[in-house]
Design a binder for this molecule. Sequence first.
Ligand code: PRP
Ligand code: URA
Length: 212
Amino acid sequence: MNTYENVTVFDHPLITHKLSILRDENTGSKQFRELVNEIAMLMGYEVMRDLPLEDVEIKTPITTATVKMLTGKKLALVPILRAGLGMLDGVLSLVPSAKIGHIGLYRDHETLEPREYYCKLPEDIAQRQVILLDPMLATGGSGCAAIDFIKARGCHNIKFVSILAAPEGIERMAKTHPDVHIYTGGVDEKLNEKGYIVPGLGDAGDRLFGTL
Ligand code: PRP
Ligand code: URA
């Protein structure tokens, strides 16, 4: 599923293996939360591969040295509530000084269209590189709406990181926001009539928070 230039489907065996455990209906909330965090951290490592470095002079205990440190745009991590919260700690452990925004959306069960209930982003979001987190990219409605909010605040430097995607969601996001790089741990077959990814892993928010 790499028909779009801006889509990365992870094929690392650790990510694939952990995703397979997530899919299993017998995996309970505790293990589900742990795995979502672990996968998010593994993905975050790759998502941030292109962060720029600059030369910095330091003193080691032995001598002075020119070393490389992160520079450039500061990061903002933005989980889409609720399920995106499950990915936050994993990515934050890699970049603890990143600022965090929250976008609250839920899908209307009838129309499958996203409904906004919360949006709080860092004041200087326009100057930041945003990593948007949501485990599920199904119809793409929620992800696209979240990107709209961020762009409306002047930020056009956005990456979208999901654990599992449907072809429909990738297509919608790639067409609506071709500037946003999409990362995902897998692309499944299709959506069912209720908008769930097939075979999928079920309702990510419910499985994370035990609200099944
Ligand atoms: C889930 C998921 C995404 C959305 C994906 O959230 O976390 O935000 O569905 O579906 P879409 O691509 O068709 O928009 P949900 O609406 O179930 O809310 P929740 O995280 O609060 O459970
Ligand atoms: N949201 C989920 O949590 N799961 C799906 O399969 C689709 C949307």
